[in-house]
Design a protein around this ligand. Structure first.
Ligand code: ADP
Ligand code: ASP
Ligand code: MG
Length: 452
């Protein structure tokens, strides 16, 4: 079996849904199809939730009406028969009715907000599966809320997901296309929850890992993972092959094409992940697997909204136990540390979640001196095959960055990552200069020296 995931832009127009159906029927293998909400819907639902939370009920209903118009127009073009259209209208009426009832609830709690946001994926999948039925395709809808579970820390309950999904697949062994929602899940309180923004990629990978799929395909609006952020850098190109490790570093350190946790479940079960372009299905995309071609420097990504904390031990040199005490505090506040650099008496760390920054720094001050922390920092992550016996990689990177102030450098933690911490005002410049120097400079030099 395969798992195919289609993102917001891939389902964002009726004709795109038509193309997806064509892709599905043209391919003979049995599949689980994970869908995101129509593009823009999750943002719209979040805004409606914000208005409800702020008691701005009229504004919430106004925004809901605008969204409803979008869906009504969508239905008219999606279905090809009266009966199909009627079914689609029933789906939309029922889901919007539920949203309306949520908007009125007071107090409007976080759990209501999550139920509201979940409607995006519930709508897209129900509308799409009704369309498959209308066209006479063998399909079934698996409600993600019946098998996708997270624990109290927001981590997926892998075993539970596997057990539930396997049973559901056995029950529907005759169905070729199984449609389900990305992003949404249930938490241990049985409430509707989600896997954070962009979480449909993670759903696909969790499903692919759970059923030991042959392959996971992530269909989006670009022809695979590019060597740099195409929103910021002009001359980028798709990478044909990446290892799980390289892709995981890129996703974690900011390549928006993949949710940061996507690679973990696939890697665990050795399920290859292929990134494909819905607008250009014949393009090869990117294959993420155990092996890849061994180009030295593969890609660059940037992670935003980083805070750097600078900690100095107040105890004498050679004191042991200092790092343990530091990290216990981050553990206590469930705050992951991204980058670390150390000297004999100092350690600097970065975090991307500063919810508990005040409490963390207060506890650190009990046994350490802290310099003023820096917000608005950026981690630039260079990913590739940097085995320990390769020379010159750090030199190339640092040479490219020679005009940009660097706050921290991390190299050698894995054979795939070199990270630099800079102020976010230098992000675009850093990505562009690294792009030119690491991917195009040598070719340009070769041309100059071989020119007649
Ligand atoms: P979807 O809605 O299908 O989940 P996303 O918007 O989440 O799509 O991800 C695709 C977008 O990610 C692309 O349109 C592109 O602008 C952006 N992106 C950022 N970094 C990269 C990268 N390194 N390679 C490819 N796309 C990237
Ligand atoms: N719809 C959700 C979001 O916009 C999940 C996803 O698209 O992956 O974040
Ligand atoms: Mg996405």
């Amino acid at each position: 079996m395969q798992v195919w995931k289609f993102g917001g832009t891939s389902v964002g127009k009726p004709e795109r849904m038509h193309s997806i159906r064509q892709l599905l029927v043209d391919d003979s293998s049995r599949k689980i199809v994970v869908l995101s909400a129509l593009s823009g819907s999750t943002n719209a639902l979040i805004a409606i939730g914000e208005a409800a939370k702020a008691n701005e009920t009229d504004s919430a209903f106004e925004q809901l009406e605008a969204l409803r118009k979008h869906y009504d127009a969508f239905l008219e073009e999606l279905y090809t028969t009266e009966a199909g259209l009627e079914k689609g209208k029933k789906v939309v009426e029922s889901e919007f009715g539920y949203i309306r009832s949520l908007i009125g609830i007071r107090p409007f709690a976080p759990k209501h907000e999550k139920e509201l946001v979940a409607e995006g994926e519930l709508l897209s999948t129900k509308m799409f599966q009704a369309y498959l039925s209308e066209q006479g395709d063998s399909s079934v809808l698996f409600p993600a809320l019946e098998f996708m579970r997270i624990d109290a820390d927001g981590e997926p309950e892998m075993l539970e997901i596997e057990t539930r999904l396997t049973a559901m697949l056995e029950q529907h062994a005759d169905k070729k296309i199984i449609v389900t929602q990305g992003f949404i899940c249930r938490n241990p309180r049985e409430e509707v929850d989600n896997l954070k923004r962009g979480g449909s990629d993670y759903t696909a990978s969790l499903i692919g890992g759970a059923i030991r799929a042959e392959e996971i395909q992530i269909w989006t609006d670009i022809d695979g993972m590019h060597n740099n952020d195409p929103r910021i850098v002009k001359r980028t190109f798709p990478i044909r092959e990446l290892t799980f490790e390289e892709a995981a570093e890129l996703a974690y350190f900011g390549a928006k094409i993949l949710h940061p946790s996507t690679i973990t479940p696939a890697k665990l079960r050795h399920v290859p992940v292929r990134l494909k372009n819905t607008m250009q299905p014949e393009a090869p995309g990117t294959l993420i697997a155990n092996q890849s071609s061994d180009r030295e420097i593969k890609a660059i990504a940037a992670k935003d909204n980083i805070t750097a904390i600078y900690i100095h031990s107040t105890r004498m040199l050679n004191a042991y136990g200092f790092l343990r005490r530091v990290f216990e505090i981050f553990e206590k506040y469930k705050t992951p540390v991204d980058m670390i650099t150390t000297s004999e008496v100092s350690v600097s760390v970065t975090i991307d979640n500063d919810t508990n920054l005040e409490a963390i720094t207060a506890e650190l001050r009990e046994f350490a001196d802290l310099e003023e922390h820096d917000r608005d920092q950026n981690i630039i992550c260079i990913v590739g095959n940097f085995s320990a016996d390769k020379e010159g990689i750090a030199m190339k990177v640092l040479d490219a960055m020679k005009n940009i102030p660097i706050r921290m450098i991390s190299y050698g933690a894995s054979e795939h990552n070199l990270s630099l911490l800079i102020h976010s005002k230098y992000k675009a410049e850093a990505l562009n200069v690294l792009n030119e120097r690491l991917f195009f400079y040598e070719d340009a030099m070769k041309d100059i020296f071989t020119a007649p």
